[in-house]
Design a protein around this ligand. Structure first.
Ligand code: SF4
Length: 479
């Protein structure tokens, strides 16, 4: 820990400060991986931080050259690129420059003038140059729009609202996988699941609160008759949409509906074996062949697919083969996770990987990344692969990987009734109590959920962007 970050009570605050120390005025952030998203996650190296040639743009109107959302935060802000679904953490100076540029009709000279009055001589010019050099600012005229969200309370030392909200549309699913954390099945729908219009109203609330991405999940979010109405409602609210589905519901007509969404980011799905025998043992007969066909259909439609493997004792040594297969099917990215003994997975306790097996899995996975067998959706794996000791920072954490929850500083989860909780792995436990989005605001839940508050306290000093749910106390102890 650096001197500048000593004494900060909040894990997220520490990590942000450390990252800014390493990156300069901004870095490309990634909150979307529940595991391993550590100190090396931000993309520092690919961004230039010199002042660049500002003189050339002094008399030119300047703005953000892509459709964007700009959120003010305690450390500065978040610039979200709606076209490429990427977000940058930006420091206070960069945020103020971006805010002025986004308001419109500022020339380079006016922005420079603004930075000269920021009280930090030289830093503003450097920041402006860096934003220009890296195309986060450019000459006006691209027709792009920037939506701005002012902070509601700058005294918060966590984000103003989630970056991503995971919505469990239904627990219904065409499958009943052996390891399902949600115990989903064709019979698992809840009678009181929210309707499409109710979800539409919630998506409006999320968008208004500055939430950037909605991940539609389940169960299978495409299991319901009105599933595509719900997907379209999320898109219509202006959210970036990530659909996580088994793909069994897809056909040429609804793939066209997905393709026509303005804000579709990608479809995520699962592969649990390099062959039908291994995959189908976990997910049911015929699942492998269907996966092959549906990933091909999505890829042919130009919809990016991210496939993830849940690794356990019977498939972890074949991780490279699994990745190669699904890449052949047409998946753009291949990622890994580890079997966790929750939900129906409690019956598979004996298959949960031990520390040595997790290390072996990670090494094998990286060998495949290095060899170009597949592409991880999380580029920090690429950077890890370029180092001599790619998991040196995880030495004390590897055995925790199957027990990590999602990152509580940037994510929130809603169940099919609209109730909030923090982590899919906590479904049905004492830890899953929360508020309901139908009658609460995003800010109220975000600030007051006891589970989110407790999760945010955990992990201090750790470098990992996810938290070990075994450390949680029962909700009853502090409610
Ligand atoms: S793991 Fe996914 S595909 Fe399998 S039953 Fe659960 S929700 Fe359905």
């Amino acid at each position: 820990m650096s001197v500048a970050t000593e004494g900060l009570a909040n894990t997220q605050e520490k990590i942000l400060r450390e990252n800014f120390e390493r990156s300069g005025p901004f870095f490309l952030s990634r909150d979307l991986h529940p595991m391993l998203d550590c100190a090396c996650a931000p993309e520092f190296a690919t961004y230039k931080t010199s002042a660049g040639d500002i003189e050339a743009i002094l008399d030119v109107p300047i703005s953000v050259p892509f459709n964007a959302k700009l959120r003010e935060e305690f450390f500065g802000g978040i610039l979200f690129d709606r076209d490429q679904h990427r977000h940058f953490m930006v420091d206070r100076t960069a945020y103020e420059i971006l805010r002025e540029a986004a308001a419109g009709h500022c020339t380079g000279r006016e922005l420079l003038h603004l930075t000269e009055h920021s009280g930090e001589t030289g830093q503003g010019r450097q920041t402006l140059g860096s934003l220009l050099q890296n195309n986060l600012l450019g000459s006006l005229g691209t027709g792009s729009t920037v939506e701005h969200f002012a902070a509601r309370d700058l005294s918060l030392n966590y984000l103003q609202s989630p970056i991503i909200v995971e919505v469990e549309v239904t627990y219904g699913c065409f499958r009943a996988c052996r390891h399902c954390a949600y115990e989903s099945s064709p019979e698992a729908r809840m009678p009181e699941e929210l309707t499409a219009p109710q979800w539409s109203a919630i998506f409006g609330k999320l968008a208004e609160a500055g939430v950037l991405i909605v991940q539609l999940t389940g169960g299978d979010p495409l299991f319901r008759d009105d599933s595509f109405d719900i997907v379209e409602a999320a898109d219509a609210a202006g959210l970036s949409v990530y659909v996580r589905s088994d793909t069994a519901a897809l056909n040429p007509q609804n793939v066209d509906r997905l393709k026509s969404l303005r804000g579709l980011w990608h479809v995520g799905t699962s592969i649990d074996g390099a062959d039908a025998q291994t995959h189908d043992w976990m997910r049911g007969r015929g699942a492998f062949d269907m996966l092959r066909e549906r990933v091909g259909v999505l890829a042919a439609a130009g919809i990016p697919v991210a496939a993830g493997a849940t690794l356990h004792k019977n498939n972890h040594t074949t991780v490279r083969e699994i990745g190669r297969r699904v890449t052949e099917f047409g998946a753009q990215w291949f990622d890994i996770g580890f079997l966790s003994p929750v939900g129906r997975g409690v019956n598979l306790r004996d298959l949960v990987l031990n520390e040595a097996e997790i290390r072996e899995s990670l090494d094998l996975y990286l060998q495949g990344v290095r060899s170009g067998d597949y592409t991880p959706s999380h580029s920090h794996y690429v950077r890890r692969g370029q180092t001599a000791q790619p998991f040196a920072d995880l030495t004390d954490l590897v055995d925790k990987l199957p027990y990590l929850t999602e990152w509580p500083f940037s994510r929130m989860r809603l169940d099919p009734l609209g109730s909030s909780y923090t982590a899919g792995k906590l479904k049905g436990s004492d830890f899953s109590g929360g508020y309901n989005m139908t009658d609460s605001s995003v800010a109220h839940i975000w600030d007051n959920s006891p589970n989110l508050a407790q999760l945010r306290e955990l992990g201090a000093g750790g470098r990992i962007h996810s938290l070990d749910y075994r450390l949680l106390r029962s909700s009853h102890e502090f409610l």
